[in-house]
Design a protein around this ligand. Sequence first.
Ligand code: SAM
Length: 294
Amino acid sequence: MAETWQHIPILAEEIADLLLQNKSGYYLDGTLGLGGHTKIFLSKLDSNAKILGLDKDSQAIKFAINKVADKRLIARQASYLEAATILKELNWPLLDGALFDLGLSSYQLDDASRGFSFLKSGPLDMRFDNTKGATAADLVNTLPADKLEYIFKTYGEEHNSKKIALAICQARRESPIKTTTDLKNLVEKYIPRFGKTHQATRIFQALRIAVNEELEAVAKAPKILENIIKPGGRAAFLTFHSTEDRIIKQTFKEMENTGYWRLVNKKLIKPSFEEIKNNSRSRSAGLRIIERVL
Ligand SMILES: C[S@@+](CC[C@H](N)C(=O)[O-])C[C@H]1O[C@@H](n2cnc3c(N)ncnc32)[C@H](O)[C@@H]1O
C-alpha cells in the first residue's frame, strides 16, 4: 500500500518561482504531506539550503523522509503552529519562505483505515494526527444537533445541515454511527443528490475540518508568520475551498494594512486548464502569497 501512495503537488512550479528567492536559503514546508512540493523545491535549491518539513501525520513524515531522501530536509511531526518553537530549537535563522498547502493529501483520502473517504468503508476517524483528540465518530455521536448543524453549514456550506444534524441525532439513539459507510448511508437517505457531486462530499469535508480544527489553525497564520519569516521573505498559502480562502484573503489584507507586509499577488492564482486536466484535485485550488517588507 505505502509504495503506491502518491500525491501530485499542486501549482508546484508557480510556487517554486515565487517563493524560492534565495537559492541557499532556509524554508518551511508547514504541511509536508508526502514531500511532493519539498522534493521539487530541493531540486531547485543549492546544496547548503535547508527545508524544515512539518506534518501532524506521523505516517506522512515517515514516507516523506523516504521519498525525498535528502539531508537538506529536516522533518518533524508537529502542527505548523509550532514552527517558531521548532525553528528556535534547531537554531535556524528567520526564514526566506514558507508554504502551507492546506487540507488533506490524496494518500490520506485513499487509505480506508483513516476514515476520510465515503468511497471506502473504514472507521469514522479523520484525524491528521491519529494519536490524539476526538475522532469524527466522537463528534457525530456526542455533539448536540445545533453544533452539528453549525459544522455542516459553516465548514461544508451544506443547505440541508439542520435536516442531516437531526437525522444523525435520531439515528445514534438506535445505534452509534461508527463507520464511513454508516454516515454515507444516512446522508444518502436524507439529502437528495444534485449534479455530479455526491451528497456526502460536503458533510465529510465539514467533519474533517472540525475534527482537525483546520480553520482555527489557518486563522492563526499571521501570528506564525511574524515570528518565522525574515524581511524580504515570503509565505504561500494553497487553499481548497472558499471559506479557507476568505480567511487567508482577509488576514492578508489586515497584514498589508500594518505596513509590514505586501501582497505578492492581488488576484488568486489558479491552476492552468492543463494542470486541472491532469490532476482533478487541483481544480478547487487557489494560491495567495505575501511578502514581509520590514
Ligand atoms: C495537501 S497535503 C500536503 C501535500 C504536500 N504539499 C505534497 O506535495 O506532498 C496537506 C498535509 O498537511 C497536513 N496538515 C494539515 N493541517 C496541518 C497542521 N496544522 N500542521 C501540520 N500539518 C498539517 C496533513 O496531514 C497533510 O499531510
